[in-house]
Write a protein that binds this ligand. Structure first.
Ligand code: BJW
Length: 266
């Protein structure tokens, strides 16, 4: 059931006056931009594959060309899509709060395109590439615009000419970027409100962040059309697509602020 305005207003009232806002986003945030979520069933050529089995270093070692073509298809997609009203609403929180940080599991870069200025990419970026063997240290970034790249074949690293080039994302079994994870954990302990948007909340360590916030007595708000593991302990659950719920929340926050100004003027 889509929440009515009273619920949205109650959430706005609960977070009005806060200072430090954390938004933790997952694949559902980009769904309305046309980017499939990670756990949506794959289509077409990929229908027979399980994304969890493609997103591993072992899969890349076994069959680099297969994993490369999956990522190239997604890389092309990400370059052709635009942020949706949910991304823009998250960016516009910066007009209402002194500090807003986005902790994203997404690799599509759409928060920055929408104008969010403080984005922590926990799982890397599909828009960057690196040497699989980190031949010049981790990460050995490779600009694929400088290479002759096909969709079908993982290119060789231009530096070592031995290892293949891979996307600069975090696969299962790999460590998240240390500084990004440390900052995410610290913010989860000290923010005023933790808004979890469009994630199934199954992948660790990102899934622990709202639990950390909750354990520190911080208000947790979930925005997701479906119930998830986060729903059990969130203070508020807005059940609906983020491209609809977030702009309504911004509208309610702005209305509260305008009401405040009007009252002060009387
Ligand atoms: C909408 C919507 C709309 C739809 N609006 N919402 C502790 C216990 C058990 C296992 C582990 C553990 N610690 C570590 C692990 C292992 C593993 C893990 O978590 N496995 C789980 C599957 C159990 N984690 C790791 O390996 C991590 N590394 C690590 O911890 O290193 C140390 C270590 C290693 C091994 C053992 C122990 C310690 C690395 C995780 C890297 C994840 N990488 C991926 C791929 C990135 C590149 C790529 O995109 O290809 O990241 S996996 C994939 O899942 C991707 C996503 O960022 C991530 C999360 O998915 P997300 O965003 O939640 O998407 P979905 O599809 O699951 O959900 C979408 C949601 O949107 C749904 O809820 C919808 O309802 C909703 N929705 N429309 C709003 N319009």
């Amino acid at each position: 059931m889509v929440p009515d305005n009273d619920i949205i207003r109650a959430v706005a009232e609960a977070i009005e006056g806060f200072r430090l806002v954390v938004v933790a986003s997952g694949a559902g945030t980009s769904k309305e931009s046309g980017v499939p979520t990670f756990r949506d069933a794959l289509e077409g050529l990929w229908a027979d594959f399980d994304p969890e089995e493609l997103a591993t270093p072992q899969a890349f070692q076994r069959n680099p060309d297969l994993v490369w073509s999956w990522y190239m298809e997604r890389y092309r997609k990400v370059q052709s899509v635009k942020p949706n009203p949910g991304h823009y609403a998250i960016a516009s929180l910066e007009e209402l709060y002194p500090q807003v940080t986005v902790l994203t599991q997404n690799v599509d870069g759409l928060h920055a395109v929408a104008g969010s200025t403080d984005v922590v990419e926990l799982h890397g970026s599909i828009r960057r590439f690196k040497c699989f063997a980190a031949c010049r240290g981790e990460p050995t970034r490779v600009d694929i615009a400088q290479l002759e790249v096909t969709e079908e074949k993982a290119p060789l690293c231009p530096y070592c000419a031995t290892a293949k080039v891979r996307p600069d994302v975090v696969w299962f079994g790999e460590l998240l970027p240390v500084a990004a994870l440390e900052r995410a954990r610290a913010l989860s302990e000290k923010c005023d409100v933790f808004v979890v948007v469009g994630t199934s909340g199954v992948v660790e360590p990102a899934a622990s962040l709202p639990r950390i916030a909750r354990a520190h007595g911080i208000t947790v708000i979930e925005i997701n059309p479906e119930e998830t593991l986060v729903s059990r302990y969130a203070d508020f659950c807005l059940r609906g697509p983020s491209g609809e719920m977030l702009p309504r929340l911004i509208q309610a926050l702005r209305a509260l602020r305008q009401g405040d100004h009007a009252e002060r003027a009387i």
